[in-house]
Ligand binder design. Structure first.
Ligand code: FAD
Length: 468
């Protein structure tokens, strides 16, 4: 009898280094690749910007799979019903997938695995989306890591599995239903001019980073106006490239060109934060809705809808924050330092619940990721395990002056301030009237006064944290 295998794709929209796809192709017979826009209990619905990315990523993957004789079927609904229905219709005798790690997702996967096995199907899952499986790395006491530095040390000492190649071409199972009607929000269309999407584009971004940007990375990754980082995060979000492909490409370069090893080590130490966040996601109940440090559940967050709206719209009167929020709205991306500054302003100076900020980022970022978004928000808010200390409250004015000294980042995203001199670009409300009028800026008309007094709100945030 001909083998008929279904590969259920989730965060692994690639052909290379895809063990589930290789397992299906390796059985011989026919293969059906399946993506489900999932409406399953416990699986967080994806945000608007990621939905837009996903659509284009699936189109790219469908073309690549098609060229290898594999059809990509796209469905919508409860994953168990979709898979069981497809298995029945196609006569599939095996289902493969690569693992995911959020507690709700794991429950769904376990239930589907049990139910398919009961029906007599072969079901196998594989590790493919992180450098090391979260349960295979532990402290000397056998516990999950809660501090990054020893986690990174342990990870570096590990052998990261080598990526696999491409599976052989196969004959497709004819899908019975494809391309469920699926639309991204209309506002997301503008993101298109900023990104190339798909597996080939992901590998190009990696090659470009290693060839052209690596030496600028350590200082440049803090400079919002520079293009010094890899911009791999949305590709990683959907698994268009795997973390271990990145790891081994970088390691190969460090081996071949030892003089670049220091830069590569810095880059990989950032990549490893992604694994650290997945490690926490795996071992905790729900990091996107519950503070990892329980005492933060008692924090007296402010209910301040107007302040939240000003932050979301990039109208806080603090230029680097507004630039970041507007960059994200236009491009689906925000540079890391600016993510830290915007998140610090919200959770500390404005004392607004980190979950409100996390949800906004979840909807607006093309790389919005179930582990990295929540993990970083909790790091900034102070509620994470290895969090930024509660007394670290970024000052967006001095940070702007340090990391965007000539204001070029602000000028790009907050054009109403474009003519402000460097000296005042990060503190326009303090500029003398003649400077403002020469720059064509009237505070309150062209650009808002700061939404909050930085000094007083800093003291309020310290008091609130001390009271926990
Ligand atoms: C409040 C806040 C929210 C964030 N939300 C997300 C998110 O939803 N998705 C996301 O991928 N990253 C998130 N980050 C982390 C970081 O900002 C992005 O990963 C990074 O800016 C992506 O750009 P890059 O690919 O050019 O990074 P590079 O500097 O080139 O780094 C390479 C890769 O390393 C990983 N990485 C780097 N820094 C971090 C970090 N701090 N935490 C986890 N992984 C990291 C990413 O996978 C990244 O693609 C967030 C950071 C903050 C402060």
């Amino acid at each position: 009898m001909t083998a008929r295998s279904i590969v259920w794709l989730r965060n692994d929209l690639r052909i290379t280094d895809n063990p589930a796809l290789s397992a299906a192709a390796g059985r011989g017979g026919q293969v059906l690749a399946l993506y489900i826009h999932e409406q399953s209990h416990g699986v967080r619905p994806i945000g608007g910007a990621t939905r837009w990315w996903l659509h284009h990523s699936l189109v790219a993957l469908g073309t690549e799979l098609g060229a290898r004789g594999i059809t990509l079927a796209v469905h919508e609904g409860n994953s168990q019903s979709v898979i069981e229905g497809l298995a029945d219709q196609s006569g599939a005798d095996a289902v493969f997938w690569n693992r995911r790690y959020a507690p709700g997702e794991r429950t769904v996967d376990e239930e589907i695995k049990a139910s398919l096995r009961e029906r007599g199907l072969l079901v196998e899952s594989f590790g493919a989306n992180v450098l090391v499986e979260p349960w295979t790395i532990a402290t000397g006491q056998g516990r999950p890591y809660s501090v990054y530095a020893p986690f990174w040390k342990a990870l570096k000492a590990r052998e990261v599995e080598r990526p696999r190649g491409r599976p052989e071409a196969r004959r497709a199972i004819e899908p019975t239903e494809v391309d469920a009607d699926y639309t991204a929000p209309r506002w997301a269309a503008k993101l298109g001019s900023h990104w190339q999407i798909g597996e080939a584009a992901a590998h190009q971004a990696l090659a470009r980073f290693l060839d052209e940007k690596l030496e600028d990375y350590p200082p440049g990754r803090d400079i919002p106006a520079s293009d010094a980082t890899s911009r791999l995060s949305p590709h990683l979000r959907f698994g268009e490239i795997s973390a271990r492909q990145i790891w081994h490409a970088a390691m190969a370069m460090a081996h071949a060109e030892p003089e670049r090893a220091g830069f590569i080590d810095k880059f990989l130490s950032e990549l490893a934060w992604r694994d650290f966040n997945y490690h926490q996601l795996y071992h905790r109940h729900d990091i996107s809705s519950t503070s990892m440090q329980g005492k933060y559940e008692a924090m007296q967050w402010r209910q301040a809808a107007d302040d939240l709206a000003a932050w979301q719209r990039g109208q806080t009167g603090l230029p680097i924050v507004d630039a970041g929020m507007r960059e994200m709205w236009e491009t689906g991306f925000m540079q890391n330092r600016v993510r830290m500054l915007t998140a610090s302003l919200l959770t500390k100076n404005l004392l607004i619940d980190w979950r409100d900020g996390e949800q906004w980022f979840w909807d607006c970022l093309v790389d919005a990721d179930v582990a990295n978004n929540a993990g970083n928000w909790q790091w900034i808010a102070g509620s994470g395990l290895d969090a930024s200390p509660y007394f670290r409250i970024f000052n967006p004015v001095t940070q702007g002056e340090k990391f965007d000294p000539d204001g070029s980042y602000v000028r790009r995203w907050v054009p109403e301030l474009a003519r402000m001199p460097d000296k005042w670009i990060h503190r326009p409300a303090e500029a003398p009237p003649d400077v403002l009028s020469a720059a064509g800026v009237m505070i309150g008309r062209d650009y808002p006064a700061p939404v909050v007094d930085l000094r007083a709100s800093r003291a309020r945030a310290l008091d609130a944290a001390a009271a926990l």
